[in-house]
Design a protein around this ligand. Structure first.
Ligand code: PLP
Length: 457
């Protein structure tokens, strides 16, 4: 049996670029293989779609692009030119933001910060989204004039977080702010979930903190709901489900094995059943970031007479801040590699060897459940293959699952990994085995022509 296909969703612009395989081969010849390609025009389109949702509300807002999803200077410059703000999480990201044209008033530093980063932030005069009480006390000494947000965590019903100030410690933080006369801009949270209910509960808790701040004479005006808006990876949710079913059947021995070796993708098999949840669940999402945001804004807030979040913000003259990362780069990047050779393994599996490693295209412990796109002129019947990486490590299988290919590729054929701009490209790119860093090239479409611009490395 050949595995069910899980086709990647492509932005039409990226689809047009890939429509001519010679263009892809030329790019590899010119800039080397493997190659990350970023599409700033797709970033801009994603931004416009989010702005359209926000513009429909009566409240002010600020979008802070979360730089950590991708190191690309192209994306940072695109965000700067579009007039939005940026969220940075390290001194080098802060440097990158300044180099990309962001002024200090449009830069926010989040995440846990050591003394060095606090000093850099203070020198630059940027807004600090405070992660903990230690940081707040340090800032009171170091730079009491800096505007701050308090990042809150510990909401009922949310997973425990290592970030933020626990709800129980918020009053201590507010007291400290009053004593140090720091300016509290607002209250923030960031949840990595698609669950609207959880976000609404967090927003409600933060609004009540804002009330408590006013009672102490502070004047916060911002509710920052962080990032976490989802990406859409596949055009075919049914294909995803069919694959998942085939994978489970294989794990149970009731069908051909889709998995490599002892990989279980987070599932465990016991008593003739497959239990647990897979590591690739987010690849099944079909709801766009703008629709998730629109739903959140329309959701009634408990304790506010059933008024929607968006209306409560407007009524209280509060600004909404968001820190989207992956939603802004959704479909705005692909990674292309070349086939080195194809071989048969001892277990009968077909291995398609590529000139990149697994962690150039895979986020941390996840298995990507969308199919790489093979650009080949070869003709054969559809078959299932594993893609293998170029590191001398057993675990460097780019896919630990069988992927359906319509025809078996030959050496030199490009293989495209779709939608790698968020966390896949840059989160863990390996330096193992002395392979060079993968080049990043921006692709611009003008009058149906594509121009390629390599980024500095
Ligand atoms: C990572 C992160 C983001 C971006 O999250 P996405 O899920 O990519 O939108 C935003 N805010 C904070 C504080 C983060 O740590």
């Amino acid at each position: 049996m050949t595995p069910p296909a899980v086709p990647a969703a492509l932005d039409p612009l990226v689809g047009a670029f890939l429509a001519d395989p010679d263009r892809v081969r030329d790019a590899l010849r010119h800039f080397g293989s493997p190659l990350h390609l970023v599409f700033p025009q797709v970033f801009t389109a994603n931004l416009t779609a989010l702005r359209d949702v926000l513009d429909a509300g009566r409240f002010g807002y600020r979008l802070c692009y979360a730089h950590k999803v991708n190191r690309s200077a192209t994306f940072a410059r695109t965000a700067a030119t579009a007039g939005i703000s940026i969220d940075v999480a390290s001194a080098r990201e802060l440097r990158s933001a300044l180099d990309s044209g962001f002024t200090a008033d449009r830069i926010e530093v989040t995440g846990p910060k050591g003394l060095a980063l606090l000093r850099t932030a203070a020198e630059a005069g940027v807004t600090v989204n405070v992660d903990n009480l230690w940081e707040l006390a340090e800032l009171a000494e170091l730079a009491p004039e800096l505007p701050v947000l308090l990042r809150v965590s510990g909401f009922a019903g949310s997973a425990p977080s290592r970030f933020g100030i626990d709800l129980a410690d918020i009053d201590a933080a507010l007291d400290l702010l009053v004593r140090s006369r720091q300016r509290l801009l607002g209250v923030a949270f960031h949840l990595d979930t698609a669950a609207t209910g959880e976000r609404v509960r967090a927003a409600g808790d933060c609004l009540s903190i804002i009330e408590r701040a006013y009672a102490r004479g502070l004047e916060p005006t911002v509710l920052n709901i962080g990032g976490g808006l989802r990406q859409v990876f596949t055009t075919d949710a049914a294909g995803y489900d069919a694959y998942d079913d085939a994978l489970r059947a294989g794990l149970l021995g009731r069908g051909p094995a889709m998995h490599w070796g002892s990989s279980t993708f987070g599932y465990h098999v016991a008593e003739g059943m497959v239990h647990g949840g897979p590591v690739f669940h987010k690849y099944a999402n079909t709801r766009s970031a703008p629709s998730i945001l629109a739903e959140l804004l329309a959701e009634p807030l408990p304790g506010h007479g059933g008024r929607a979040l968006g209306a409560v913000l407007a009524d209280n003259l509060l600004d909404l801040w968001l820190e989207p990362g992956k939603a802004l780069v959704d479909h705005a990047g692909i990674t292309v590699a070349r086939v080195e050779f194809v071989k048969r393994a001892g277990n009968g599996a077909t291995l398609v060897h590529l000139d990149l490693s697994r962690d150039t295209v895979t986020a941390a412990d996840q298995e990507v459940l969308i199919d790489p796109i093979v650009l080949t002129d070869a003709e054969s019947s559809p078959t299932g293959v594993f893609f293998a990486g170029h590191l001398c490590l057993e675990r460097d299988l780019v896919t630990q699952r069988q992927v359906r290919v319509e025809a078996l590729p030959v050496p030199g054929d490009p293989v495209v990994f779709a939608n790698t701009a968020a966390y896949h490209m840059d989160l863990s790119a390996t330096r193992a085995a002395m392979h060079p860093d993968v080049a990043k090239v921006a692709v611009l479409q003008r009058d149906n022509e594509f121009s390629l611009f390599p980024e500095d490395r």
